[in-house]
Design a protein around this ligand. Structure first.
Ligand SMILES: Nc1ncnc2c1ncn2[C@@H]1O[C@H](COP(=O)(O)OP(=O)(O)OP(=O)(O)O)[C@@H](O)[C@H]1O
Length: 328
């Protein structure tokens, strides 16, 4: 459904500054896949989506979407896809049903087809009750559902969603996801989305593509990415003066790696955390080492990112958001 080779985008900002937003991304997405593109602010996610949706031209490399080349046949590509950008696409003063209908007509549906499709999507995305409301009166979650409907009005085979759930509260996020997954079942669409939410990428997508500094640094199922880290982390705290003895005991655990003591904290990576933790605590008791707290930390996608880049995605995110978002 999507095939890119060495896809690259440079933005020439001034005579002395060029931003290498996307640096040679090669990616294949099969029909029916649900792929999450994950990465910190400024990683190149939106730029990649904008090239795939023909909104901007690649600097070099190639991309085929639904069988058509984005540079040579942008019109054909556009007809095959729906794109829900970060901002709200819908106009403010229009009514919900009119907005959807109008979008259908813009995409070349005849009046009857546009009306039928509008009815169908209002129903599927639970917008029927809101059909006569002005778009500006919708809540954030309702508005995002309308955005998804707008992206689907011309029955595309492929849907791109740029951070669909950013800014929604957990309940609205879950609700939007229910709808996205239902749309996918109902219309057998391929979905590529970007997200900042690690848990979302982890639980919803079958495949996670991790992007950093314009490059794909990992591409696999969330489970496989986490399994590559090979193991769980034990995190224990001890009373002052006991970290040395506990460290020695931790080092004796079968397959123990990355044993690190920091103040009263000790961390160690083991293959099977739930089995190793009682073993370590028993050894500590036998040796008179008082353990204050103990937990098993199973790998998350943040650990995967940390392992790949040496930075935590959460930290990268919070730094970026406190500095303001990168221009898109
Ligand atoms: N039109 C533009 N002109 C100049 N630089 C740009 C332009 N669009 C994007 N960039 C830069 O390209 C880089 C990649 O931006 P992009 O928006 O693709 O990142 P992103 O991963 O989608 O980030 P976010 O999560 O904030 O949306 C950033 O450094 C950004 O500032």
């Amino acid at each position: 459904m999507i095939s890119t080779r060495e896809l690259t985008k440079d933005f020439v900002v001034s005579r002395t500054e060029t931003v290498h937003a996307v640096r040679g991304i090669s990616l294949d997405v099969e029909p029916g896949e649900l792929v999450a593109v994950l990465g910190p602010n400024g990683a190149g996610k939106t730029t990649t989506l904008r090239m795939l949706t023909t909104l901007i031209a690649p600097t070099s490399g190639t991309a085929k979407v639904a069988g058509y080349d984005v540079a040579a046949e942008p019109g054909r590509v556009r007809r095959q896809l729906g794109y829900v950008g970060q901002g709200n696409g819908a106009g403010h003063s229009q009514r919900v049903a009119d907005e959807l209908y109008g979008q259908g007509v813009i995409y070349g549906l005849d009046r009857r087809a546009a009306k039928r499709r509008t009815g169908e999507l209002l129903e599927s995305l639970e917008l029927k009750e809101l059909a006569q409301r002005k778009v500006s009166d919708l809540s954030g979650g309702q508005r995002r559902r309308l955005d998804v409907a707008m992206g689907l009005v011309h029955a595309p085979r492929l849907l791109f969603l740029d951070e669909p759930s950013t800014g929604l509260d957990p309940q609205n996020r879950a609700n939007l996801w229910d709808h996205i997954l239902r749309m996918r079942e109902q219309y057998s669409i391929t979905i590529v989305l970007t997200t900042h939410y690690l848990d979302e990428a982890d639980s919803m997508a079958e495949r996670v593509v991790v992007v950093d500094h314009g490059e794909v640094i990992a591409d696999d199922t969330a489970d496989a990415l986490k399994a590559d880290l090979a193991g769980d982390q034990l995190l224990l705290t001890v009373a002052p003066g006991n970290q040395g003895p506990l460290q020695r005991l931790a080092e004796q655990l079968p397959g123990a790696r990355e044993v690190q003591a920091d103040g009263d904290r000790l961390t160690v990576r083991v293959a099977d955390g739930p089995a190793a933790l009682p073993e370590l605590i028993t050894a500590a008791q036998h040796n008179g080492v008082p353990v204050a707290t103990a937990q098993v930390h199973r790998p998350t996608l943040d650990d995967v990112f940390l392992n790949l880049t040496g930075r935590s995605l959460r930290e990268a995110e919070s730094n970026a958001s406190s500095n303001g978002k990168a221009a898109a």
